[in-house]
Design a protein around this ligand. Structure first.
Ligand code: X5A
Ligand code: ZN
Length: 466
């Protein structure tokens, strides 16, 4: 299996900026990329990644999502003067154009496709593309919300065509609703789109009715659009984890994606002026870690928003560090989700009940297959309890009458690896399943078996399970 993490960045994507006064757009600055890359260098993460060069996306690739008419409009901005640029920008909501915008937008598409190719060809296991302009708001015929071409939507269409993929998961953890992505895949059951977003009962930009939890997809795509609208600001680590445990992860494990694209915006992080949320950079490590357990680890993170330079760059580092499989940092703070978050989560689960087995039998797991039972217990109970307890050590005991196979034990252990800074101890019945377990603790690293008592032995060793 492929190993290694791709990092895609080119400073040419810092070559455009806002040229006039516009208080709505002035947060989208070149320093967003520069400071993220600087911070990656600071933590020596750049040198641990595999550098993949950017390229321009071709017109054909851009037209996987956009119309030729719109492409021509964007192209025409290359040679415009400031006054003309301002006039084109006014045709769209929260957008500015610069003479270099078109070139950078093509590079952002190309960078994203280079990342998909690196992962799909097996050159790397996963990776991140640091791009500007972002993409998830842009639409077939329109730029929107700082976005020009829909990098992630184009990447999903491209991956379907080029690699014949049948199931792609898009996780949009940016604080805004990626309505552009929703529109492209609304009727498409081969792309599962998940977005959480500041909503405030439709009082927050982009102020759309269709960002609510009841937009579940249309036609054949019913059930493949998951919106978690946040109706209050101040959502934090526990709210985001609860949305993962109770909405995204159960559905994603049932969906069985072949590739994950992350619309990786960090305006959902603490300090961001747009989001007004509280999730700390460590939270993004855990979100990344959970997604890495799907699609054979094939994950492409593509930058979207993020406007607090420090919060943004620390969160980018957490994401890349996790992709590189470093031990996870402990997650801090109150671990109970707030009432408003619980309400949103219950609403999405209710709206999606008809489409997903994992949501069908609430509180009654016994009626379906073993597999469903297992996810039900792990995501609905074990992980939430474990995360709220914040242990220093995790001990997994597997009893004699279990129905779990080695894959289940392996997944359970992987999902619990975000706890106790990856110090995990597995107690397992002798002679039933051969398991080796990883432990980052310096005392245990070299040990393979430290204790054998009665019917159980305690094993330590290299991770992951073989
Ligand atoms: C990519 C992104 C936000 C636009 C906000 C406009 N766009 N008020 O975060
Ligand atoms: Zn955003």
């Amino acid at each position: 299996m492929a190993s290694g993490t791709a990092l895609i960045y080119d400073d040419e994507m810092t070559s455009y900026k806002l040229l006039w006064d516009d208080p709505e757009c002035d947060i989208e600055v070149p320093e967003r990329l520069l400071s993220s890359y600087e911070q990656l260098k600071h933590y020596h993460l750049v040198e641990r990644c595999i550098h993949v060069p950017v390229r321009e996306g071709t017109e054909e690739e851009i037209m996987l999502v956009h119309s030729s008419e719109y492409l021509e409009v964007v192209k025409s901005t290359q040679t415009m003067n400031e006054e003309e640029l301002q006039r084109v920008s006014e045709n769209y909501d929260a957008v500015y154009f610069h003479p270099n915008t078109y070139r950078c937008a093509k590079l952002a598409v190309g960078a994203t496709l280079q990342l998909v190719d690196s992962v799909m060809s097996g050159k790397v296991r996963n990776g991140m593309a640091l791009v500007r302009p972002p993409g998830h708001h842009s639409q077939r015929n329109a730029a929107n919300g700082f976005c020009v071409f829909n990098n992630v939507a184009i990447a999903a269409q491209y991956a379907k065509r080029r690699y014949g993929l049948q199931r792609i998961l898009i996780v949009d953890w940016d604080v805004h609703h990626g309505q552009g992505i929703q529109y492209v895949f609304e009727e498409d059951p081969s792309v599962l789109y998940y977005s959480w977003h500041r909503y405030e009962h439709q009082q927050f930009w982009p102020l759309l009715r269709e960002s609510d939890y009841d937009a579940v997809g249309q036609g054949k795509g019913k059930g493949f659009n998951l919106n978690v609208p946040w109706n209050k600001v101040g959502m934090g680590n526990s709210d985001y984890l609860a949305a993962f445990f109770h909405v995204l992860l159960p559905v994603a494990f049932e969906f069985v994606p072949e590739l994950i694209l992350v619309s990786s915006g960090y305006d959902s992080g603490i300090g961001d002026p747009e989001g007004q949320m509280n999730a700390t950079p460590e939270c993004f490590a855990h979100l990344t870690h959970f997604l890495m357990q799907l699609a054979n680890g094939r994950l492409c993170a593509v930058l979207e928003g993020g406007y607090h330079l420090k919060s943004l760059s620390e969160s980018v580092c957490m994401t890349v560090k996790t992709l590189l499989r470093d031990p996870l940092p402990q997650i801090s703070g109150e671990m109970a989700p707030c009432l408003s978050a619980i309400e949103s989560i219950q609403n999405v689960r209710g709206a999606h009940k008809p489409y997903w087995k994992c949501l069908m039998y609430e509180g009654n797991c016994s009626s379906d297959a073993e597999r469903n039972n297992f996810f039900c217990a792990v995501l609905g109970f074990i992980l939430p309890v474990a995360y709220s307890y914040q242990p220093d050590l995790v001990i997994i005991v597997i009893g004699p009458n279990r129905s779990l196979g080695v894959n289940g034990i392996s997944l359970l252990t992987c999902l619990l690896q975000g706890l106790a800074e990856s110090q995990i101890l597995v107690v397992i019945q002798v002679r039933s399943v051969e398991v080796t377990v990883g432990c980052q603790h310096p005392h245990y690293q070299s040990l393979t078996r430290i204790h054998c008592a009665g019917r159980y032995s305690i094993l330590f060793g290299q991770f992951p399970l073989k």
